[in-house]
Write a protein that binds this ligand. Structure first.
Ligand code: DX5
Ligand code: ZN
Length: 220
């Protein structure tokens, strides 16, 4: 399989929550296509963010970015229809909570979205083996989810190598995404370990110039 092109997906969590449309526009203005949206329920993670109405409002405001929707929810299967309707393009769900992962991933595709499966730092790579052949994306968390601005977990690099190895051996075409503490330097390490899709919250929104940041990132 031909390796995927690198994608940088800024996380709106690190944007200005009083002006999310402008924060999304900064992404488009940097020539990027993906926007990462972090949905938290205060149960699966100890924090709250926004909901489907936020996605719908961004669409109404004219945002045409690819919505990479990361559901950090205890019961994600209950909400995927709402997120698809609100304008999500990709919906990723965690492997850790107990629900029917296979049926949920299938339902996401039925709704016309791409699907993704996510692993927390403490979850072994093997946990996703049962669904590996039915996903468009695997997201390896490189921090404990819940908050932006945490340091990158370098001990996640072997997990990336393992999953990238399975992808090659099995001829699968899913994207391999990393999320948490990603900047140009840590992104480069993940790239070398097989990642092709990079979520960047703090590093993107703190950069003086988003275009320069995205150009630097493209060269990792
Ligand atoms: C963490 C979220 C991340 C977060 C990343 O729970 O899943 O997407 O926004 O933020 P940074 O890049 O600041 O670590
Ligand atoms: Zn995320």
């Amino acid at each position: 399989m031909k390796p995927h092109q690198l994608i940088l997906a800024p996380s709106l969590l690190a944007g200005d929550h009083a002006n999310l449309a402008a924060s999304a526009a900064r992404v488009a203005g940097a020539g990027l296509e993906w926007l990462h949206l972090d949905l938290m329920d205060g149960r699966f993670v100890p924090n709250l963010t926004f909901g489907p109405e936020t996605l719908a409002a961004l669409r109404r405001a004219g945002c045409r970015l690819f919505f990479d929707t990361h559901l950090m929810l205890a019961e994600p299967h209950r909400y995927i229809d709402s997120f698809a309707k609100a304008g999500a393009n990709l919906i990723s769900v965690h492997i850790e909570p107990a629900y029917d992962h296979g049926a949920t991933l299938a339902r996401i595709r039925e709704l016309g979205c791409q699907n993704g499966i996510v692993l927390n730092p403490g979850t072994p790579a093997e946990a996703i083996l049962p669904v590996l052949d039915q996903v468009d994306l695997v997201l390896v968390m490189t921090v404990q989810p819940g908050f932006g601005g945490q340091p990158f977990r370098r001990d996640m690099l072997p997990k990336l190598r393992t999953i990238d190895g399975w992808r090659r051996e099995r001829g699968l075409a899913f994207r391999l995404e990393v999320d948490g503490g990603i900047d140009v330097a840590t992104g480069r390490e993940c790239r070398a370990a097989g990642a092709d899709t990079f979520v960047a919250g703090t590093s993107f929104y703190k950069a003086d110039d988003a275009r320069t940041f995205s150009a630097d990132f493209a060269g990792i």
